[in-house]
Ligand binder design. Structure first.
Ligand SMILES: O=C(O)C1=C[C@@H](OP(=O)(O)O)[C@@H](O)[C@H](O)C1
Ligand SMILES: C=C(OP(=O)(O)O)C(=O)O
Length: 670
């Protein structure tokens, strides 16, 4: 996950490849709750691991469920609908983040348990959760006899649930369905706790987001509860219903998360499709019908039970006028696709967007306009016009995972403009709500022109601190690191391990060209193995100088260095990064420090490792090496003409990092 203040996306040109989806949020949290209320153990496969499921899991643990991760399987031993003595005596305070699928169903289940068994629960969330309505559910539960106090504003969390108190279950429970379907879902999931007799639920007002009720009913069925349904107005939980664990449950991929990759295929699956694994024709989730909307816009879609393949069909996309009530989450993706259409697109019947992670109608309108789009909005609709004259924009994401994810599609603007722009996604870590590795997954299937992928080069003499600075800057921007000095050492080491003679230039070059090497947090990882310490050994240094003498090896490593230029960007440190390898880098830093400072740093490093050292000789060694480096004929150590000089003798690493980031920011369009 990119835990950084912003992530800059360069213009993207194409997409192809396979994406494996994380588990469905809606299914994960329902299954967790059902498993937690049931008797016995449930083994859950492919559960989503995200903020929303983490709060549900923590709530189950607090309630006394035994929850254990067993390889890829989560084992949940439920409470069998019985609160333990500790919980009944002391009550619980549960923090439920911004997860509607935790807050609403837990509010109903715990209100009923508090009423029937006696306990006090306090349910709270992030500040936005305290602005998301729950009044219709609270009203329904109060009508049953539950004791519920809204601790802040009436109709909103935080809530206090109390008991014991008698319940009246012989009249239908009435609940409004026109603000969120989660209120009905909550009652359906919770009322089997008290279904000694038939319990009837009646929906008041037009039910929205109906396909989510289908998910609820299907999962209840798997846990042994067959709800009778009359249209979308009346639901009966049969007398004697009890949660029975099915033993094992598999969570399918998240269909709302699929929408970004369906869109990607429709926009940029030009030569090959984007294949999405984890959802398909056999899916339970209503958001799989997003593919129909994408097809209406021109996408070419093929599907199997558990996969979808999408490629570009009509181009530009065809404008759309669609009632999106059945796909409220995935429909946000359509709003960004609409920028690439042949006319204005209108998304209708989406009033619920206003009470989700943020006011999504307002947020989408504001951010689309930042890109230059003309957008109109109404109480329950949004109209987006196609965009030709794109502006670089920093997208505010309102702590809304879907805003962050769907605006990544704006980076495909080179497909419709010859003046492409970059897109900045603020607070990219907000995707943790449902898809923590969204951007990593995206970068695996999109392509940018090499020249569009940003590079920062940091060159300088030995012991100038360039490795540390490169790591810090890369970390701040979410970029990849290239420690070019380590490449020759790695090539020597890998050839040696493969049993290749270090005198055999072509054979070593072949190994050098395919090194599976990357750098993370100051460590060098070769084929998954941490070789950082090996690289520093004297023997490795000797191998490096042996292989570096072969022109084929130098050529292969040059290409390998270029191959490090990958999304979302690169920070390359070495001696000739700005002059020879990445001469087009938009920011080149030449880092120096006085010989005295560098000698002191090296001295400290050695002493810290318990190696004795002599300051004077370290200093004269450094000066001699500087002279050699500057004087050599091939790639002498010198700043590129357009390099920023940075003498860090009197600076902390934090100060140097701040300065480089400031130079970088001053080159950005936003
Ligand atoms: O029941 C569910 O799992 C959900 C129902 C929908 O909410 P509304 O019913 O409030 O539209 C949806 O937006 C949400 O992400 C998940
Ligand atoms: C509306 C959403 O979440 P929640 O389950 O919190 O309602 C969403 O994921 O888009």
């Amino acid at each position: 996950m990119y835990k950084i203040p912003f992530l800059d996306l360069p213009p993207l040109q194409a997409a192809a490849g396979t994406v494996r989806l994380p588990g469905s949020k809606s299914i994960s949290n329902r299954v967790l709750l059902l498993a937690g209320l049931a008797e016995g153990e449930t083994l859950i496969q492919d559960l989503l691991a995200s903020d929303d499921t983490a709060v549900m899991l923590e709530a189950l643990r607090q309630l006394g469920c035994d929850v254990r991760q067993d390889g890829p399987v989560l084992r949940v031993r439920g409470i069998g609908a019985q609160l333990n003595d500790g919980v009944r005596a002391a009550g619980l305070k549960l923090f439920l983040g911004n997860a509607g699928t935790a807050m609403r169903p837990l509010a109903a289940a715990l209100a009923l348990l508090a009423a029937t068994q006696g306990a006090t629960f306090e349910l709270s969330g992030v500040p936005r959760m305290h602005e998301r309505p729950i009044g219709d559910l609270v009203d329904a539960l109060r009508e049953l006899g539950c004791e519920i106090t809204c601790l802040g504003q009436e109709g909103f969390p935080p809530l206090r649930l109390g008991g014991p108190t008698p319940l009246t279950l012989n009249a239908p429970v009435r609940v409004r369905g026109d603000v969120s379907s989660q209120f009905l879902t909550a009652l359906l999931l919770a009322l089997p706790l008290v279904s000694a007799e038939d319990v009837v639920i009646e929906v008041v007002g037009e039910l929205i987001s109906k396909p989510y009720i289908h998910i609820t009913l299907e999962l209840l069925k798997r846990f042994g509860i067959e709800v009778r349904r009359d249209g979308w107005e009346r639901f009966t939980i049969p007398a004697g219903s009890r949660y029975r664990s099915p033993g094992e449950v598999h969570v399918e991929g998240d269909a709302s998360s699929a929408s970004y990759f369906v869109a990607l295929g429709a926009l940029a699956g030009i030569e090959a499709p984007v294949r999405i694994e984890g959802v398909g024709t056999a899916s339970l989730q209503g958001d799989v019908r997003f593919v129909e909307a994408a097809a209406l816009m021109g996408a070419t879609v093929s599907q199997g039970p558990n996969w979808v393949e999408v490629r570009r069909g009509a181009w530009p996309l065809k404008a759309l006028d669609l009632d999106c009530n059945h796909i409220p989450d995935a429909a946000m993706t359509l709003a960004v696709m609409a920028l690439y259409a042949d006319g204005p697109s209108t998304l209708r019947n989406i009033a619920s967007w206003r009470v989700k992670e943020t006011d999504r109608i307002a947020a989408m309108a504001t951010e689309l306009q930042k890109l230059g789009a003309t957008v109109e909005e109404g109480p329950d609709w949004l109209r987006v016009n196609p965009l030709h004259d794109w502006k670089p924009a920093s997208i505010h994401t309102y702590d809304d995972h879907r805003v962050a994810m769907c605006f990544s599609l704006a980076a495909l603007n080179p497909l419709v403009t010859d003046r492409p722009v970059r897109v900045r996604i603020e607070d990219p870590a907000c995707v943790a709500k449902t898809f923590p590795d969204y951007f990593e997954t995206l970068f695996e299937v999109v392509r940018a022109r090499r020249a569009d992928i940003p590079v920062i080069t940091i060159d300088g003499p030995t012991a100038s601190g360039k490795g540390t600075l490169a790591d810090e800057v890369a970390h701040a921007l979410g970029y990849i690191v290239l420690d070019s000095g380590a490449l020759y050492r790695t090539a020597g080491l890998a050839a040696f391990h493969a049993g290749v003679s270090l005198d055999d230039g072509p054979a070593v070059a072949q190994i050098a060209a395919t090194l599976d090497l990357h750098f993370r947090k100051g460590r060098a990882i070769l084929q998954g193995e941490d070789i950082t310490d090996l690289l520093r050994e004297e023997a490795t240094g000797l191998m490096a100088s042996q292989v570096a003498a072969h022109p084929e090896v130098r050529q292969a490593l040059h290409q390998l260095q270029l191959d490090f230029r990958r999304l979302p960007g690169l920070v390359a440190d070495g001696r000739d990064m700005g002059t020879a390898v990445f001469p087009d880098a938009p920011l080149k830093v030449f880092l120096t420090a006085s010989a005295q400072t560098r000698a002191e740093r090296r001295y400290k490093q050695l002493i810290d490792k318990g190696i004795s050292a002599n300051m004077e000789s370290l200093r004269s060694d450094l000066e001699a090496r500087d002279a050699r480096d500057k004087g050599r004929a091939a790639s002498p150590l010198k700043p590129a003409q357009d390099a920023q000089l940075l003498d860090n003798s009197g600076q902390t690493i934090e100060e140097s990092k701040a300065l480089v980031l400031e130079w970088w920011q001053s080159r950005q369009p936003f």
